[in-house]
Design a protein around this ligand. Sequence first.
Ligand SMILES: [Zn+2]
Length: 444
Amino acid sequence: MLLSRRWCGKYETVNVLCYRNRVFQGIHNCSHSIIIKVKLPTKPETFPKVVGWERNSKQKLGPQMVNMSSSMDPSSLAESAVDLNLKLMRWRLIPGLDLEIVAKTRCLLLGAGTLGCNVARCLLSWGVRNISFVDNGQVSYSNPVRQSLFQFDDCLNGGKPKALAAADGLKKIFPEVNANGYILSVPMPGHIVNSAGGEVDKVRSDVEKLEQLFDDNDVIFLLMDTREARWLPTVMAAAKGKMVINCALGFDTYLIMRHGVKQGTEAHPPHVDVETLKAGRKVPGSGLGCYFCNDVVAPGDSTKDRTLDQQCTVSRPGMSMLASALAVELLVSLLQHPSKGLASADTTSKDSHLEADFESTLGLVPHQIRGFLSRFYSVMPASLAFDKCAACSDVVVSRYLTEGFHFLLQVFNSPTFLEEVTGLSQLHAEAVEDEIWAISDDEI
Ligand SMILES: [Zn+2]
């Protein structure tokens, strides 16, 4: 068409060279080029109607643009493939499954070790897109074989900060994830803060950063390796009404529990008592205990006077994978429950669970799962909130809310302060008194 319009009447034929340059082993070769002889018509062709330009939203002719990125960009391809995989679950098996609520839940993982890595990977496979890690350690040579987000290179030159390496590891697996790492120490009761050398300011800024992270997230996972490291996050979560999933390992035992969620700063409902548990009735989520509720001793420095081998958690390698998977599945089941964190606790005592009893589309929502790997066995107990709890009791939470860092500093610096505040000291004294009376009775 172009040739006829341009050269009709001037030439009878036109030679068109189709130049084909091929490169093989660095040598150019154009022997495949061809020449096409085109015979021009005697009269110019009339210009046909053409398509390709359409009126746009402003009624002006222009090209139609189609965004092909979702079918070309590997990151977008991965995202839609992952979503599709999850949707298959809903289409085929569980029509009531709410994947959106899982996807938009923002999770804060305190600890980026074996538990942190495995919990993050399981969250990712459920479609969770916002995951943050808090850790103050570096990746060491022993880590990558158990901690599934790290590789050998992460250990070199003293090791990358774990929180950052975990976030990077997650992005390498799935670039669309919003993963962040924060190098932060969680201050602990009994770990004394020296007033010299600006240590108080450092701890204060760590506490403030942690509070900010709690505000920015919906669920807090406690995945640290000491008991006392869980105290401050437990208090903060109770004060802010956040969901907590706590995960702790022994050598061949594990504990996964969700903490009771208070509604605002209200007291634990008074109608929840031991009789409720004995009668096999469900305990409402707001009356459930926390990690410290069953303890009569406040948390302190558990690493003090211990040798290095006693400070480390030693557990069977599969424990972390088992416990991490259960922790994430507990959260997802909870999110599918109409009451979310306030869901009543299902327990093992009720053996004949029928599907009709399930309030969550995924089944039961226990308070705790305690597993014993030596017997490949697990139970689902529930426990009540303790009014003298060193972490979630009203007295501790309200003093934290009113006195803030000043209260926390007293807890960090004095091993007995918490027991005095909660009345545990008095409880101990009464217990000793009772014992004395009991002995006296025996002797009479
Ligand atoms: Zn408690």
